[in-house]
Structure formats: structure tokens, C-alpha cells
Design a protein. Structure first.
Length: 412
């Protein structure tokens, strides 16, 4: 008997002992389904010379992974060339974060709940790896696949009409341009997974209040601005009718996708909702970006400005070189910043406004770059080394941010 099966049986016994009859009945149902799946897997193995059937899971509970990782799978398949002998079937692994996105993916990839049991059974048997789709968890577009492929998701004519009607209900006139903006908080994850401790991610949070001046400026430039978010901590404090607090008053799963797909550009931090405009190839202005090593380098229409890191013991900001040449460049836990005596400093309202204006003017073709700006860009990107996160460098750092923080580019 294989070690996998022995380990599986041992784990089931322990869980039944702890959970009692309800767990026992659930386990018996699972065992029955697995037993019924065994002959199916045997047939699939026999058919492998003719057709390779693989099983994979979609990380459906987190919108960043659900959108970006699935799109990267399709982009990779496009570039490699679709193999007619390979037939991939997926299942949703976890609660669905967005029903509209689920519906749209299921129009173009094979998804079946039966695949879950076939996948489990396959993994219990020797030789499973050939029938497993590599995990769809990577969200970094390391090789700029989005730039080299077409958008895979699309709206039906009925959905396009629904979206246009929804825009009118938001008081956005026909033909008007709009910009979406979003700031991360722990509210969504705490609501979706209340038994988990998400405080370790707090270093990624940012205050929505700091985005309002940028939204105000964009309305003066003729845009409607729409605050995004599935679960938010507080409503916007503004009387500007062109700033729409959609996250509080009118949010739907459908509009989360439609707005992200149709916006002029999207302003966000590192929250997973960025993946919606990304998979639709919309321009993105990242603010409050952290972790620095993870900065998204692969989009021609991406602008970023990072959070700054204050070293309390020396009363100064860490330089970009110091961050990138140490573990700090990849810190993924709030307590680790605290342990190292580092205070994470959010971008100011002025910095966010500056990068929003730069994005607007770049898209309009009116942005005036200088020789100094290009030199600062080169100095910043020269600090990066190609890695499993970044192989292609197409995006830019906010010009004014670099002008105002030249000292952070020091390498000595």
C-alpha cells in the first residue's frame, strides 16, 4: 500500500475520532465517491496515449488569484500552442468570491464539481502527476504574457446592455469616462473568513481618505471616479457627485467585473482586485505598493509608487538598494516589519494625486517627460535583478515621486 494511502487513512481516523458521527458520515460519503471514481481514473490512465485528461483547481475564494492566475494559465497555453491531446478539467477550490467572474470563466474553460473527486482519487494512486494541472496560484506575469496575448474574458451582448444600464443608474452619462479606485483593508478577508487571523497582512492596508484628493482632481479633468470594494470599513466623506461610493451603495458581482473592464484606468494598492483591470489589459496606477521586490514590472501602461520604510533606530528612510538587497524586499508579515523596527509609511494624498495626474496625461499623450526623469527611471530599475518574479521591465515609477525622493536611489 502506498505511503499516500496510509497517510490518508490515518488522517481520516484522527478526524473521525475528534469530530464524531457527523464527521464519520461525511467521511463515508467521501470514501464512497472515491471508490466510484477509481474505475474512472483507471480508464483515464488507459486512454492517456490517445488523450491526456488532467485535473486542476481554481483558487476561487481570492479574486486576485481567481482572475490573474487563471488568465496566466490561458496566456501560457496560447503562447505554447494548444495541444489537442490535452483536456484540462477544473473545479472551484473554496467559496466563490465573485459569481460573475465564475460565470465568465466557465464559458471558456472546463469546470465540473465531479473533477474534485476525480482529482482526489487520482492523487491517491501512483502516477498521478501526469494527470494534474500545475497549481494555478501564480499571479506575477513574470514574462509579460498579458502584453503578448489577447484578453480571454468577454461580455455577452446581454451583459453589455446590463452594464450600460447600470452606468446610467450610477448617474454616469452615456460616453463618459470613469476611473476606478480602491484601497485595501482587512475587512473583506475578515468578513469572508472570520475564524482566521489576517492581521499579518496589515502592512498592505491603506486609508481610503488619502485617495479622495486624487478622485477630486480627476473629476476636475472630466472623469467620474468610482470607489471599488466588496466589503469596506467606512464610506467616503465627500459631497462631489462625480465621486461615486459604489462599494457602499450599489455594489454587485457583475459590476465589479464590468467596471474594472471598462474603466479608463484603475488606481489601487496591492489588493487582489487589481487583477480585474489587469486581465482586461486596462492601465493601472499602483500606489502604496509593497513588497518592493514584487513591484509589477511587466505592463507598458503601469505606473507605481511604493510605500516608504522608516527605520526607527536611525531615524531615516531605507533606500531602495537597502530594501532590495536584503530580506526586507520580500517581507510578507506585519510582525516582521515590527521586529526589524521598520514603520511602513503610506503614500500621501499629494503623491497619489501626482501619479493619477501622470497616468491621465500619459494616456492622453500630453505628459512631458524630461531627461532627468528618464535618468531617475534608469537608476531605479538598475537596482533590480531578474528573478522568478520579474524578467521583463516595461512599467514605470511615478515621475514626481522619484524627483521628490532622489535620496532613496542612493547606492552608496
Amino acid at each position: 500500500m502506498s505511503k499516500k494511502i496510509v497517510s490518508f487513512i490515518s488522517r481520516q481516523i484522527k478526524q473521525i475520532h475528534k469530530g464524531g458521527l457527523p464527521v464519520l458520515f461525511r467521511k463515508l460519503s467521501a470514501i464512497l465517491l472515491i471508490l466510484l471514481s477509481v474505475p474512472v481514473i483507471i480508464v483515464i490512465r488507459v486512454l492517456r496515449p490517445l488523450i491526456l485528461i488532467r485535473f486542476g483547481s481554481l483558487l476561487s475564494s481570492r479574486i486576485g488569484h481567481f482572475a490573474a492566475a487563471t488568465e496566466l494559465y490561458l496566456c501560457s497555453r496560447d503562447i505554447a500552442g494548444k495541444d489537442g491531446r490535452v483536456f484540462d478539467v477544473f473545479y472551484h477550490n473554496g467559496p466563490i468570491c465573485n459569481q460573475q467572474l465564475k460565470k465568465m470563466w466557465e464559458r471558456i474553460i472546463n469546470v465540473s464539481s465531479i473533477a474534485y473527486w476525480l482529482d482526489r482519487t487520482n492523487r491517491l494512486m501512483p502516477g498521478a502527476d501526469k494527470h494534474v494541472v500545475p497549481p494555478l496560484i501564480k499571479v506575477a506575469d513574470t514574462y509579460a504574457l498579458f502584453e503578448r496575448t489577447q484578453v480571454h474574458l468577454s461580455f455577452t451582448p446581454k451583459e453589455e446592455c446590463l452594464g450600460e444600464t447600470a452606468l446610467r443608474e450610477l448617474d454616469i452619462p452615456n460616453g463618459a469616462s470613469f476611473v476606478c479606485f480602491h484601497s485595501r483593508s482587512s475587512a473583506y478577508l475578515e468578513n469572508m473568513f472570520p475564524n482566521e487571523n489576517w492581521r499579518y497582512h496589515n502592512y498592505r492596508d491603506s486609508s481610503i481618505k488619502n485617495y479622495i484628493p486624487a478622485a477630486e482632481e480627476l473629476t476636475h479633468r472630466g472623469y467620474f471616479t468610482i470607489r471599488m470594494g466588496a466589503v469596506v470599513e467606512e464610506p467616503l466623506q465627500t459631497t462631489n457627485s462625480m465621486i461615486i461610493d459604489y462599494a457602499v451603495n450599489n455594489r454587485t458581482d457583475f459590476l465589479d467585473i464590468y467596471l474594472g473592464a471598462k474603466c479608463r484606468f484603475f488606481i489601487c494598492d496591492t489588493a487582489g482586485i487589481y487583477a480585474i483591470p489587469a486581465v482586461f489589459r486596462r492601465p493601472i496606477a499602483w500606489v502604496n505598493f509593497i513588497v518592493l521586490q514584487d513591484v509589477h514590472t511587466w505592463g507598458k501602461n503601469y505606473l507605481s509608487i511604493p510605500k516608504k520604510l522608516w527605520l526607527r533606530s536611525e531615524h531615516r528612510f531605507l533606500t531602495f538598494r537597502e530594501i532590495l538587497d536584503s530580506e526586507i524586499g520580500r517581507l510578507l508579515h506585519s510582525e516582521k516589519y515590527e521586529r526589524l523596527g521598520i514603520e511602513v509609511i503610506e503614500n500621501t494624498p499629494e503623491e497619489i494625486t501626482d501619479v493619477a495626474v501622470e497616468m491621465d496625461e500619459r494616456l492622453k499623450g500630453s505628459w512631458q517627460t524630461t531627461e532627468e526623469d528618464e535618468q531617475l527611471q534608469q537608476r531605479f530599475w538598475a537596482l533590480f535583478k531578474p528573478s522568478e518574479l520579474n524578467q521583463v521591465f516595461l512599467s514605470r515609477i511615478g515621475a514626481k515621486f522619484l524627483r521628490q525622493n532622489r535620496e532613496l536611489l542612493e547606492t552608496g
